[in-house]
Design a protein around this ligand. Structure first.
Ligand SMILES: *Cc1c(COP(=O)(O)O)cnc(C)c1O
Length: 355
């Protein structure tokens, strides 16, 4: 592009760092433990054969299926192109550029701040407490000026911890008239009793994000959900694009929510939780491992002696992890893979620890 054209770019986009997704970072090999995807695929067949018509903006069969799954009514649900679109729509609908703010609590998922930056909405970072990773309610309360949205990831990515229910309830109360609390439950199927869904009736400022990308093992179709009271869902329906969910995605997503598929999802979750506990047990015995943070999701955050060296060694062996060193010193995030993948990982780390 010519320089003069570059100058047309909005100033907040000019130096924007794009989200560093696992796919963007890349890697080569057979063992992908870097994006918290399911290692086990679920297989779907679609019988749809014609595509000349636009899909429904909010495919009603899919909405009904998700409503049944979560025990809400259909006007409390928005279906989006992944949970990531939900994160962005909330900012579009509620935050005035160059005026309003969001709060996020690092270390956490980066898309909250990336989406805010793109929209030219300010970000107030209120770090969680070291090691327990609990939210700092007092500090949040002191910084609510001009804040419209507070993003809390539960279980948190990349640390794997749960945020205490009582803290979330206190946060909802503190902000009941001034801000919306967005609980990102991308991994909640791995710890279902900790969902905040049952609180939607009580708190009108509560919003919950969900996805089919993790426990449902459908990252490839890009489908997520925003759960909230119907007034908020109505607002979001004003800003969403006209046809965000393709016909095929709606069909496969609906199938993934039938009785048998949900049973399969729950079985996969049990298997992955067992694999996680096995992996933690093995890692504990390795001297290069300094600390393993308690996880309630399908990944674990591990602090290593020589984390860079381990990361690079595994990378060369085709075992791709997520390096978190820039956020949390000497830490790597490991997605829980199949049992075979976990065994390979342990074998390679052991070789290094004897070297
Ligand atoms: C993976 C992930 C998402 C993104 O979900 P998509 O539905 O694939 O867009 C959202 N939040 C967190 C915390 C995630 O880890």
């Amino acid at each position: 592009m010519k320089d003069s054209i570059i100058n047309l770019v909005r100033s907040n986009i000019k130096n924007l760092e794009p989200y560093q997704s696992a796919r963007r970072i890349g890697g080569n090999g057979d063992i992908w433990l870097n994006a918290n995807e399911s290692p086990i695929s679920s297989v779907f067949i679609t019988n749809i054969t014609s595509f000349n018509r636009y899909p429904e903006c909010q495919p009603q069969d899919l909405i009904m299926s998700y409503a049944n799954y979560v025990g809400l009514s259909k006007d409390e649900i928005l279906v989006t192109r992944g949970a990531d679109e939900g994160i962005e729509l909330l900012i579009k609908a509620f935050c005035d550029p160059a005026k309003d703010s969001i709060i996020c609590c690092p270390p956490t998922y980066d898309m909250y701040s990336v989406s805010a930056r793109i929209a030219n909405v300010q970000i107030k970072e209120i770090p969680t407490f070291k090691n327990t990773w609990g939210i700092d309610l007092k500090n949040i309360q002191d910084n609510l000026n001009q804040v419209k949205l507070i993003y809390i990831c539960n279980p948190n990515n990349p640390t794997g911890n749960l945020i205490s229910k009582q803290d979330i309830i206190n946060l909802l109360k503190i902000t009941s008239k001034s801000a919306l609390i967005v609980i990102d439950e991308a991994y909640i199927e791995f710890s279902p009793k900790d969902s905040m869904v049952s609180f939607l009736k009580k708190f009108s400022n509560l919003i919950i994000l969900r996805t089919l990308s993790k426990a449902f093992s459908l990252a490839g179709i890009r489908c997520g959900f925003t759960l909230a009271n119907k007034n908020i869902i109505n607002i979001l329906n004003r800003v969403i694009s006209p046809y965000p969910i393709s016909t095929i995605v709606a069909d496969i997503a609906t199938q993934s929510l039938n009785k048998i598929s949900i049973k399969n999802m729950k079985d996969r979750v049990l298997t992955l939780n067992l694999n996680r506990n096995w992996l933690v047990g093995k890692l504990k015995k390795i001297s290069l491992v300094e600390k393993i943070f308690d996880s309630h999701a399908n990944y674990i955050l591990v602090k290593f002696h020589m984390s860079e060296k381990i990361f690079q060694h595994l990378w060369k062996k085709g075992i791709i992890l997520r390096n978190q060193n820039h956020k949390i010193k000497d830490c790597l995030r490991i997605s829980v893979g199949s049992h075979l993948e976990c065994s390979h990982l342990i074998k390679e780390i052991k070789i290094l620890s004897y070297a």
